[in-house]
Design a protein around this ligand. Sequence first.
Ligand code: M6R
Length: 366
Amino acid sequence: EKGGYKHFMLKEIFEQPRAVRDTITGRLLEEQGDVFLEDMKLADEELKSVDRVCIVACGTSWHSGLVGKFLIEEMCRIPTEVDIASEFRYRNPVITDKTLLVLISQSGETADTLAALREGKSRGAKNVAICNVVDSSIARESNGVIYTHAGPEIGVASTKAFVTQLVALYLFAIRFGQARGTIDIDRGRKMIADLVHSPSLVEDALKLDPQVEKVARTYMTARDFLYLGRGTSYPIALEGALKLKEISYIHAEGYPAGEMKHGPIALIDENMPVVVLVPKDRHYEKVVSNMEEVIARGGRVIAICTEGDEEVRAKAEVTLEIPPVPEDLLPLVLSVPLQLLAYHVAVLKGTDVDQPRNLAKSVTVE
Ligand code: M6R
């Protein structure tokens, strides 16, 4: 059942190219630069009337929502908020019939996310769910759904569900942008072409596995880890830290790299591994200088950078290098080495990778 892998989590990490492919298959209208989302049930007119998007989720799904905010604001030019479901539902949020609520849940059974959906619906919000489990409570109660086609996820630590949520958000942003006229055919075509290429980019990132295992051996005894990134790499830093916490029980924090100086830099000493997400994107120069600040204080930098980046190689203690990737797809590819790092540290520490202590696969009570 684990298909020859030692753990479900590892199997699920390696299934990601397939999961991404299945999530885009049958949905791309390559000629029109548009996508077809069969169960979304939001007509162009409704999409045009939306004036604000609220993405609501928990845990890893909340992290994909944070990436979704970048995609939607960039491509659709609509203000987008991302909320943790347990906060949203008790806050008296501002919701009108022009609000589009996007619920994200792998299981479709998370109690707080379901309650947030019910709350939003009762106030007249339009809504759509991004779910992995067909006919789950959230999928049934929402007006429409965009299914991720990750297949059953058994490991408690979410991996392939996360990456396919990113793909679903990407598809949604294309559709939404097309409906609103904020992206044109050429831009849509380019984005679709990138998506078609994405499974093989994820496949390439998986080749880092043996190197990541070595890195895990070097740093597994650390008591704390910091993860830093800017832009969409910030939510990926949060997700990397969550993975490590969940399965290896090492304390880890994700931070926006630019926030370092405002507090967390005080934590840095020669015992602190700092995972810096520093791909070649619009934030590159700034992140390099944040990385230098860490190094100047003795921090041990594990840099996740773009293949062949000599500058970062010369500065970091170790690099894990991903293939060059179109900027929008970076979150998909950067997630892979972080998942593998958490996995190998946990295996080396001998923790229960698939069933970490105190955690349930889906949190159906508050
Ligand atoms: O099924 P959901 O996506 O609603 O679950 C949300 C969280 O409980 C879940 O992502 C949790 O954080 C995972 N253990 C993360 O690996």
